[in-house]
Design a protein around this ligand. Structure first.
Ligand SMILES: Cc1cc2nc3c(=O)[nH]c(=O)nc-3n(C[C@H](O)[C@H](O)[C@H](O)COP(=O)(O)O)c2cc1C
Length: 163
């Protein structure tokens, strides 16, 4: 499947119910967390997936030494798994008991088995959002000094179940 194919359907599910951001760090630790903020687009003339992760997440620690991540999006299923992976930390629970990790096709971070849409991404850029560049109303609504970092990942592989 091409990276921009079926984007509308993917975003509909991702933005509404979330997907799994999974990373494996240089020490071999794997974790996944639920995300629903992110977008697919064109950067440096290549397809990229951009997402934002707050520094207090365990997944953020893993991304510090990972050079890739995967995005796994279920279509209307796995609501319990999304809830647990979006409310509990890999510091406290082993998320491989909640979801099944499976090898990705091209990157070292695994995917979450049983989803409908997958992106495998190479991290090309990381930076922090700066509070002084965010309008006051947005800053007050979403932040308590814990601004996200954004991760720009080149989509090096994309596929969907049944497509
Ligand atoms: C639907 C949903 C969407 C979420 N989206 C994000 C997100 O885009 N970025 C983020 O940093 N946290 C997001 N979270 C919160 C993390 O998933 C949550 O803090 C999680 O427990 C972090 O896990 P970890 O500490 O194992 O990395 C979301 C949670 C839910 C339930």
């Amino acid at each position: 499947m091409k990276p921009f194919e079926n984007l509308g359907a993917m975003m509909e599910h991702f933005a509404r119910h979330g997907g799994f951001l999974t990373a494996k760090d240089a020490q071999g630790r794997t974790n996944t967390m639920t995300i629903s903020w992110g977008f697919v687009g064109n950067m440096w003339n290549k397809p990229h997936f951009i997402t934002v992760v707050r520094p207090q997440r365990f997944t953020y620690d893993l991304l510090a030494t990972a050079d890739n991540f995967t995005i796994s999006v279920p279509f209307g299923t796995m609501s319990e798994e999304l809830k647990i992976c979006g409310t509990q930390s890999g510091r406290d629970i082993d998320k491989s008991t909640i979801v099944t990790f499976a090898p990705a096709k091209t990157v070292t971070s695994p995917i979450v088995a049983g989803c409908d849409f997958y992106y495998e991404c190479r991290i090309n850029y990381v930076d922090s959002l700066h509070g002084n560049k965010i309008p006051k109303d947005v800053d007050e609504k979403f932040y308590n000094q814990d601004w996200h970092d954004f991760f720009i990942g080149e989509i090096v592989e994309s596929y969907a179940r049944g497509i």
